[in-house]
Ligand binder design. Structure first.
Ligand SMILES: Nc1nc2c(ncn2[C@@H]2O[C@H](COP(=O)(O)OP(=O)(O)O)[C@@H](O)[C@H]2O)c(=O)[nH]1
Ligand SMILES: [Mg+2]
Length: 259
C-alpha cells in the first residue's frame, strides 16, 4: 500500500474501451485487478468491446467467467471511442469511475495517488496528464499540443492533456453530465460539461508508457476529422451548463454470454 495508505477506500468501476487488444487485455486486466484489490473497497472492471475482429472478446469472456467482478459489454458494430465510453460509464455501478485504456498506458497503482489527490483537493475529478508524450513521435506530440491549446482557447481554461485515458471521477458527474460524442471528442466533452456544472477537476502528472504491443488506432485522420465535425455540432452545449434529465440505469447491450 506504500505511501498512500488508505483513510477511506472507495468502491471503483474501471471502464476499459477495447478494440483488437488480444496482445494486451489479459495482462492489463491482471495488473489492474491487483491495483484495485489494494486501493478499492470493492471494484468491477467494465470492458466494452467495440466489435473487435481478433481474439479480444474471447479472452475477456474467459476472464469474466473466472471473475464475477469483470463485466463485458459487446458492440456488434464499431461505435468508436465516444459510444464505447458512454456505454461503459452507463454500466458502471461503483462510487468512483476510472477510465483506462486497454494497452495499459500507466501503472494502475497510480489509482492510489489519484484517490489521495481527490481527498486532498476535494475535487470531483482527477484527470492525469503525461509527463512526457514524445515517445510516440513528433507528430502526435504536436497534435496533442495543438488540440489541448485549441480546447483551452475555445472553452477558456487550460488543460494539459485532454485525451489522456486517466480520468477518475465521482459518479455524481456521470449522473449529471449528458455525453453525446460518438468519437474521440468525448474526453473534451466530459471535462467541459463537468466544469460547466460546477464540478472541480484537478490534474496530476503521470509516467506514460507508449504501447509496445498491438497498434495505435486513434490518431488517424478519420478520428481527428470526426473530432472537429463533432466539435462544431456540440460546441454550443459544451459552452453552457446543462444538467441531464435522467441517467439510464444500465447499458442495454451487456454481454451475459459467458462460455
Ligand atoms: N471504442 C473503441 N476503442 C478503440 C478503438 N480503437 C482503439 N480503441 C481503444 O482505445 C484505447 C486507446 O487506443 P490506442 O490505439 O492506444 O490509442 P492511442 O493511445 O491514442 O494511441 C485502447 O483501449 C483501445 O483498445 C475503436 O475503434 N473503438
Ligand atoms: Mg494507447
Amino acid at each position: 500500500m506504500g505511501r498512500y495508505a488508505r483513510a477511506v477506500r472507495p468502491s471503483i468501476s474501471l471502464v476499459v474501451p477495447m478494440y483488437n487488444e488480444e496482445e494486451s487485455i489479459e495482462h492489463a486486466v491482471g495488473v489492474a485487478t491487483r491495483a484495485l484489490d489494494e486501493f478499492a473497497s470493492r471494484h468491477e472492471i467494465v470492458i466494452v468491446d467495440d466489435a473487435s475482429t481478433d481474439r479480444s472478446l474471447e479472452i475477456v469472456r474467459r476472464l469474466a467467467a473466472a471473475d464475477p467482478r469483470i463485466r463485458v459489454i459487446r458492440h456488434d458494430h464499431n461505435e468508436k471511442l465516444g459510444g464505447t465510453l458512454r456505454d461503459g460509464f452507463a454500466a458502471a455501478l461503483m462510487d468512483l469511475i476510472l477510465y483506462m485504456d486497454a494497452d495499459l498506458p500507466f501503472d494502475p497503482r497510480e489509482i492510489g495517488r489519484a484517490i489521495s489527490a481527490m481527498e486532498v483537493t476535494r475535487a470531483d475529478m482527477i484527470a492525469a496528464y503525461r509527463y512526457d508524450r514524445t515517445g510516440e513521435g513528433v507528430r502526435r506530440a504536436v497534435y496533442s499540443y495543438v488540440y489541448n491549446g485549441l480546447i483551452g482557447v475555445l472553452f477558456g481554461w487550460p488543460h494539459r492533456d485532454i485525451n489522456f485515458a486517466f480520468k477518475l471521477m465521482k459518479r455524481e458527474i456521470l449522473d449529471a453530465v449528458e455525453l453525446r460524442s460518438e468519437g474521440s471528442l468525448i474526453s473534451a466533452e466530459l471535462i467541459t460539461k463537468s466544469k460547466n456544472l460546477g464540478f472541480t477537476v484537478q490534474q496530476i502528472g503521470l509516467d506514460y508508457f507508449p504501447r509496445t504491443r498491438g497498434r495505435s488506432t486513434l490518431s488517424s485522420l478519420g478520428v481527428i476529422g470526426k473530432i472537429f465535425r463533432e466539435l462544431v455540432v456540440l460546441y454550443p452545449e459544451m459552452r453552457h451548463p446543462r444538467r441531464r434529465a435522467s441517467r439510464p440505469a444500465a447499458a442495454p447491450t451487456e454481454d451475459r454470454a459467458t462460455p
